[in-house]
Design a binder for this molecule. Sequence first.
Ligand code: SF4
Ligand code: SF4
Length: 184
Amino acid sequence: MIPFEKGQDEFANDIREYAGINFNTCLHCKSCTNGCPFLEGMDYAPNAVIRLVQLGQEEAALNSSTIWVCVGCNTCSSCCPMAIDIPAVMDGLRKKALEKKIKVPEPDILNFHTQVLNTIKKYGRTHKLEIMMRYKLKKMDFLSDMGLGLKMLKKRKLDLTPSKIQDKSAIEKLFRKKKQFPKK
Ligand code: SF4
Ligand code: SF4
């Protein structure tokens, strides 16, 4: 058995409680990794991230690009013989990285997530045009993809005005009910 150093077990426990799953049953069979469509963009394979968390390797796990590249498509968990919810682990790691103000290795991905969530918060739905405009504004990149954007507008794939849901209270409740790490 590999002994934990100070704080390592706390990190693993936090992620386990947040994700609500026991990743210690992982067999390291790599089925998740073999099925992941985004593996090429990752620094650690999905099963390696699980291993880092099991071993309490907080710094490596929280600085990993994998936790941001993962799109939560669930391909991995549907292949997993132990039914481990890997996207929930990635979600817990992203939250922990943000709480600890760790420099995000994929800032564009975080920017995109933020803009998507902002339109959902505002309208109860996504508004693609606003997401892309705010995303580009934050990046100070106004010209790339311009041609594609105009094509999409012409084909009416982008709505100029957002459509809003009538009762936003359920959405507001969801945003208020953010999942938290266990209080110490
Ligand atoms: S598929 Fe499941 S059991 Fe196999 S390595 Fe991935 S998480 Fe572990
Ligand atoms: S949920 Fe994430 S880790 Fe799993 S297959 Fe999809 S991108 Fe890969």
